[in-house]
Design a protein around this ligand. Sequence first.
Ligand code: TRP
Length: 470
Amino acid sequence: MSSLRTSIHGQWSSRWIFILAATGSAVGLGNIWRFPYLTGENGGGAFVLVYLFCVIIMGIPIMMAEILLGRRGRKSPIYTMEALAYEEGLNRNWRLLGWLGVLAGFIILSYYSVIAGWTIAFIFKTGMGDFLGTNAKQTTEIFGNLVSSPGILLFWHSIFMCITIRVVSQGVSGGLEKAVKFLMPALFVLLLVMVGYAMSTEKFIDGLRYLFIPDFNSLAEKNLFSDVFLPALGQAFFSLSIGMGAIMIYGSYLSKDSSITFNCFIIALADTSVAILAGIAIFPIVFTYGLEAAGGPGLIFVSLPIAFGQMPFGTFFGCLFFILLMFAAWTSSISLLEPAVTWLIEAKNMSRVKASYVAGFIAWLLGVFTVLSFNHWSFEFSFAGAIKENGLFDIFDILTSNIMLPLGGILVAFFTSWLMSRKSTVDELGLGDSLSYKIWRFVVRYIAPLGVIIIFLNAIGFFKIFSIGN
Ligand code: TRP
């Protein structure tokens, strides 16, 4: 009986802690660093629109499915999938879905930690007043100097990985609760301050227009599917932390009486608001100071410092902003490592501390590729209409967000809605056999998988290959 099952790894001390921890996982660099730069690269308002669509139609229902599986299995994603498959009379190889997630988690964490390292470096740069009165050219230069120094990147990457390992080694609830309870709201307020600054810039309205009004003319030369839909889909999965077992493992610590549906809506709402606020804070600055919207992964690091260099108390706000962003990244990175750590504990009988160091070390090592892809090993290639300059980093990012996460997501959707018995999901979701349940099931059965498949196939030009005529 699933209701009697508990996780050997612990349980959240209250239902709010789950919401906080899951929001902590969802809100991170994905919202503040990745969302704006992808929006800038992939067509502004149209990208935002498709992104919101993907969050609502695919993200939330799949998140519900993933949490449902986690809570029912109460183990690491690998063993959860194996146990549930066995329970439902299915092939145990469903555990491979858990493996896919663990692998994606390592790859994401490896570069996530490097970018989080940039954030730490910027805490010091802003704190020491490096940006006072700087213009776009100067901030771009400061950022350029940072990423072209592999030693410095490696240093901050190592520091960030150490603090991630440290928290994971102590079990996920402890320190995380406090971090999320105070720091998340603080980050939110600071973003509002930044939006306030953005309002005072010349191009505020242009920024808003760029974000919220799809300009289909600007898409004329792009392939709608590979250039807008696929990255938006990937961003929805990345930002909500779904498709790799992170939210599944958090679900495994969730008590039986907590409403999965309610939780998911709150988490998605918080996550999406932070991303949109970040967009509103950044694009007016980008346009006012003549920066390139499609400037790539450095976008927030070259735009926001200009604002900090100009606004009253900018050094203080800037320093605080990057501190809070580092914490947000930290509460996310923990969830990237947790699935692998729980598996090592279960399968290899390791202590949590040892498991955390082993898994963290692997991710750290992999991160060295990302460190080098911004300098010695950078190479250019074109993907989705944008020129990508940062070789392996871009490949890791695209492979995980645009391929592995959506793939993991449809497998989760397929498993819960086609293979698990109806009774199991009714029992676990706690909505009864209500209309809400029926809508969820319909969406997870048909709409979400079809949506992902159609975007995949169109993005790789499958339908073009088979179309008759041109
Ligand atoms: N969602 C986080 C962010 O937006 C990153 C993250 C944490 C993540 N856990 C994840 C992404 C699991 C994909 C899968 O920064």
